[in-house]
Design a protein around this ligand. Sequence first.
Ligand code: ADP
Ligand code: MG
Length: 686
Amino acid sequence: MRPDILNPLFAETATLDGVGPKLQKPLDKLGLVRVKDVTYHLPERFVTRRPVENLDAASEGEQIVVALTPTEHRAPRSGRGPYRVLAQDAVGNVCALTYFGRASYTAKKQLPVGEKRWVAGRLDRYGDMLQIVHPDHVSEEGGDALGQLCEPVYALSEGLTQPKVASLVEQALARLPELPQWIEPGQFGRQKWPAWADALKLAHAGEHTSARDRLAYDELLANSLALMLVRADNRRRRGQPLQGDGGLRAKLQLPFPLTGAQKRSISEIEGDLAQEAPMLRLLQGDVGAGKTVVALEAMLIAVEAGSQAALLAPTEILARQHFETLRAMARPTGVEIALLTGRDKGKARESILMGLMDGSIDIVVGTHAIFQESVSYRDLALVVIDEQHRFGVAQRLQLAGKGRRTPHTLAMTATPIPRTLTLAQYGEMDVSRLDEMPPGRQAIDTRVVAQERVQDVIEAVGRHIAGGQQAYWVCPMVREHESEDIAAAEARYAALRERFGETVVLVHGQLKPELKDAAMERFARGEAKLLVATTVIEVGVDVPAATLMVIEQAERFGLAQLHQLRGRVGRGSEKSTCLLLRGDALSETGRERLALMRETQDGFRLAEEDLRLRGGGELLGTRQSGDTPFRVATLEQIQRLLPLAHDDARLLMERDGGLEGERGAAARVLLYLFERDWGVQLLRGG
Ligand code: ADP
Ligand code: MG
């Protein structure tokens, strides 16, 4: 149960003044569901404005404070247009104060014609006219005071304004309870950090590094602690020791010798499986490193020991591919492998369910469907999860309840992340790294091409597919611009289809699964030669005959993502090419990133460099988009503070084992605060 002391923080944002049904959606979009989310919605930066005598003294894009006298109110001509107030400065320059939506009511009240007002906001231009869109402040007096203000700038979503968010933050901060101290006193003293509530207030008030650090540290500590609790819990659980006799594995007729890294990983897994404590291991290996055969060997050990194994894939396409590959590889062993996805219905499904229950199926490959309530196993002893990052620890724990005993878990990821992040993300697991590629891989010829040359690129694609080979054309997909991005991908598809006809297919995240699968299948069978896609092809798709990849607006992708995408080609014996199309507005970092792509194909190196490139340039805590499990801590803070948090968490576990005592109780509060309470629940579950 959540400690009562946190209740005010876990109240819904609807309990704040001024939050009605209208604001709910924009708030949800930013993840601001509860009061605590608002308190942790830290400013992206701060703004101070320059007071100017008149607009001649200001430049476009600048944050200013200026005295203006409204001359005319212009209501929108059409329903959706903005409301404009024309105003003049001291020397007669005209500036429009522009308001969208309901904000126009404020404008009517605040800006009577003929009366001088101090206006604070960002000066920009609309056509020929200077304008300030949604001025941050309009006041009769106090131009100087406005010029002194240092104000937070928050991430917004449509329907929210800075003052609105600021007012919600202010209310939320007023509700902060007094929380117990969870930071080790020595650490707390050394760092000279502010107390928790003070740190939050400071972080919203200005650029207080130490306040930000303290808040990030809290989050990292919560994470480390929760992962250690999972680990400790796992050690106490009883799994099934699996001893294979090697009989099935000996029958495998692999067309290649295993690499050293594969052998090492397999024997690490074999060692874990023989233990009573369930295995909790991550197999980390770049695209093409050969994880599948490692997974197969692990599953065969389970089958040799008389049990069943399941492989969970993130999508139907991947489940099917894994199924085909595994079935082909395992054929000489005579092991029974089945595929189960949400699409299987009726008789076929019934017969698979029966087989899993009576044990005639040894290995099942599928999507989440394989862990539904209605699916039961005779003796499930090993679960392999492909692309672990899509499944959180919490889901995995749920999964653990499926077998009679806790099944062994092997998680696989092709996302080569830096060591620090591996600790942050997978700290509860042991790690096997496939850091050696199978021999004979050809380097992928990677080139950076300016977007202006897109016609040449299209011609090159044309020659490529005319020669019978296949190609990918990847369009960017960034969440904030989802609909625009889909539109761009569709437009590109339409153009390419016009040029090349039926042989072009399209796949993106908003397509119906049937259509998506159908397109993918046509491409995989070689009937379609050109696959236009958003990043949905990122994970695992294997079409060895595809040897050309074009990535449009490559600068919009992260290095890790580019690397993953590029890994789709170069899978066969033919030489492969990757063309990175770049726009003109390329930042210094963007340039460096693309250069690195050209230079190396080592995923682990790219991951470390990515971290370096992104970590360095951050001012305040710009949040990372989904690639770390953190909301507050930035990449730079993770690198700097995670080792400390990790050590402190260990101290806490060892000294106050089971989180007893005063600090233990405080640590529980921390876990709930950061919603890592699955850790606490394990404590109780025992
Ligand atoms: P991953 O899942 O790690 O991206 P896969 O398991 O799909 O990689 O393997 C990529 C390709 O490499 C497959 O075609 C596989 O048969 C092949 N492969 C795997 N291990 C070896 C090896 N030791 N030597 C040569 N080829 C290998
Ligand atoms: Mg794979």
